[in-house]
Design a protein around this ligand. Sequence first.
Ligand code: DGY
Length: 307
Amino acid sequence: MRIYVSRGLPADLMTRLRAAGNVTCPDRAAPPTEADLLNELPGHDAAVVQLTDPMSAAVLEAAAPTLRLAAQIAVGLDNIDELAAARHGVAVTHTPGVLTDATADLTMALMLAACRRVVEADRFVRAGRWDVWSLDLMTGMELRGATLGILGRGRIGRAVAHRAEAFGMRIQHTSRTSGIPLQELIRTSDVLSIHAPLTTGTWHLIDQRALMAMKPGSVLINTARGPLVDELYIAEALETGPLRAVGLDVFEEEPRVHPSLLNRGDVVLLPHIGSATDRTRHRMASMAVEAVEALAAGEPLPHRAPR
Ligand code: DGY
């Protein structure tokens, strides 16, 4: 079996893949472009890919004569054209569950950092600007008693709600099947935390209008996918609109961040590290390897993405 790995994995996992078949792993640190994949993927039976890899309809069509599996090292699948994969008989697997706790923990870290101005305060101290303690120095929003709006009540949304309850927050949510209407969630939440998948239906779900309709003095947190929020209008919502602070782990065109956000003290920016603990990242990659091993052994594929 011929196995394509878009970027290197930990040595123990590469060893397992080499035991399952012939591995091609281009030597580069950057993610492959669509042109790279069009060039490199055809002729392989399985591909281990990451959320940065554009598995477009064109790429899947070019690889389709041999490709039987796209094993994604992420739970989100928005970089893979799933309809095209189904059309060409390419099975898709992903990594649900294992990253729930790590991502929920990071969401709380971002929420605390944004609400309590942690990063801004750190910069303030390092810049030598702290000359006196005062009652109003770096005051922020207290979590106890604040209302947390969870947009998307899947595994991660529920895990965040569970943690936030321990902080004394009141929880409300909107999801596809339950909760309060989105407009009400936006209007009444002190902290709005996004946990929905990116689909054509959720792209710019939080657009300029939604940002401006948020509760006065509220905080926006996004650890899901950047394009759920129209990044262009976040600075305006902070400057002249209702937002007090924003915490972002994801962006519309990663790794690019809209320049209007870069120099603001009321924005906390992280490089898409929601699942980035040693254990979780290794487990995610291992799940992709398990799918390839199953394919090689002719066994049912674990971790199949829901259709
Ligand atoms: C995912 O898995 O989709 C995250 O964004 C990266 O861990």
